[in-house]
Design a protein around this ligand. Structure first.
Ligand code: FMN
Length: 397
């Protein structure tokens, strides 16, 4: 980035050169720093590479809601829930995690994008989101070893064979090389369907221990071929998915990627995630999304995750971060750490108009638990409300 300096607008009348330079030294700041201080969550954002404009920095993060039909098609309830968040002002609306392969399904009621039969419902949703002014993303994923036998009737698959060490039970078989290449095609076929349906882009779900993160994780990927071993090889699955999506979709289709900074259980460390981020940001992606769960978590030396990853994300790529954001003060703080987009999940469930609330600097909406009536008023169906009872202290029964 070219660094040049600007004097802050304090109204000082600079008299002599020496005073000017002393004052200038005190007050000058890089333009990038000034921009960050001035940018607010209510400000517009333009995806510089493709020209899409977003009306504000509020991003509804992907949320599984169990409302899809058995065959993965969207239900009216799911369309209503997401449309409401667009109507009430979110800049970006992301769908729930949606499986790209028939056998990649992780749970009942999951949205699917693996068949052309899904396009009709996707088209209706994309059209609603656009009509209400939100930029729309479908989150695409595959459960891998978390696509259970009970759901798919086949043994789950993972980069490497996984056993339960205490019971000796087979948890997942290893994918063969040809299957991996087929999966890459399935990811990009799914993205193409999303584009055909009218979505602005996809978010590739490389977080939370599903198939893509199983490739990245040292414990779940012990392969010896081009998809295992070095981090560069473990990154290859994600890299090939991005390349394949870019090949099959048009130039202005947005590609976002979400990763987790650390997942001990499958062998993902912060150090390696920083390297993955570097490799990702050298590719033609539009948004990098860090899933923190708790953005306020203090790392060694007083550091936080959002700030730690920020220097790796160039200005040409939007930076979204998510985790435990609730108030306008929280959103401002996240942007001060370097985020371009403030991702939220739980606060957007009870507050569809959260993005509008950000115009008030004191906005700090009520926290859970919420009554069933409150959630129904926010356009959650009984199925979704029942699911939310699984999230500790969210629903007041
Ligand atoms: C009900 C629910 C469902 C979720 N489903 C997904 C999902 O499908 N994909 C995903 O990447 N994250 C999912 N998440 C995680 C959220 O996107 C988000 O990262 C997390 O909840 C932290 O943000 P919050 O503190 O604003 O809730 C889900 C979270 C919730 C509460």
């Amino acid at each position: 980035m070219t660094e040049y300096y600007a004097i802050s607008a304090t109204g000082y009348d600079i008299g002599s050169n020496s005073i000017a330079s002393a004052l200038d030294h005190q007050r000058r700041t890089t333009v990038a720093q000034m921009e960050r201080m001035l940018v607010k969550p209510t400000d517009e954002y333009i995806f510089s590479k493709r020209g899409h404009m977003v009306r504000n920095r509020a991003l509804l993060a992907a949320m599984t809601n169990k409302q899809s039909n058995e065959d993965g098609t969207l239900s009216d309830e799911e369309i209503t829930w997401l449309t409401r968040r667009a109507k009430d002002g979110f800049g970006i609306v992301t769908t729930a995690a949606s499986h790209v392969s028939e056998l990649g399904k992780g749970w009942v009621g999951e949205m699917g994008v693996w068949s052309d039969n899904h396009i009709e419902g996707l088209t209706k949703l994309a059209s609603n989101l656009k009509q209400h002014g939100s930029l729309s993303l479908v989150q695409i994923f595959h459960g891998g070893m978390k696509a259970p036998f009970e759901i798919n009737n086949v043994i789950p698959a993972c980069p490497s064979k996984m056993m339960n060490e205490s019971t000796g039970k087979l948890l997942a078989r290893a994918l063969d090389n040809a299957e991996i290449y087929r999966l890459i095609e399935e990811f990009s076929d799914a993205a193409k369907r999303c584009e055909d349906a009218g979505f602005d882009g996809v978010e590739i779900h490389g977080a939370h221990s599903y198939l893509i993160s199983q490739f990245l994780g040292l414990k779940t990927n012990r392969r010896k071929d081009e998809f295992g071993g070095s981090l560069e090889n473990r990154f290859r699955f994600l890299k090939e998915i991005i390349l394949s999506i870019r090949n099959k979709t048009s130039e202005n289709f947005l590609v976002a990627v979400r990763i987790s900074p650390k997942i001990g259980t499958i062998g993902i460390s912060i150090e390696e995630s920083l390297e993955v981020t570097k490799m990702l940001c050298e590719m033609d992606i539009d948004m990098f999304h860090l899933s923190c769960w708790d953005a306020f978590e203090e790392l060694e030396g007083g550091q936080n995750l959002t700030k730690l990853f920020k220097p790796l994300v160039p200005e040409t790529i939007a930076y979204a971060s998510t985790g435990a954001i609730w108030s306008t003060a929280d959103a401002n703080w996240l942007m001060d750490q370097g985020a371009d987009f403030v991702g939220v999940a739980r606060v957007g469930i009870a507050n569809p108009d959260w993005a509008q609330g950000l115009a008030d600097s004191d906005y700090n909406p009520k926290r859970p638990p919420f009554t069933r009536d409150e959630l129904a008023a926010a356009d959650l169906s009984p199925v979704f409300i029942d699911y939310m009872t699984m999230w500790k202290d969210f629903v007041q029964d």
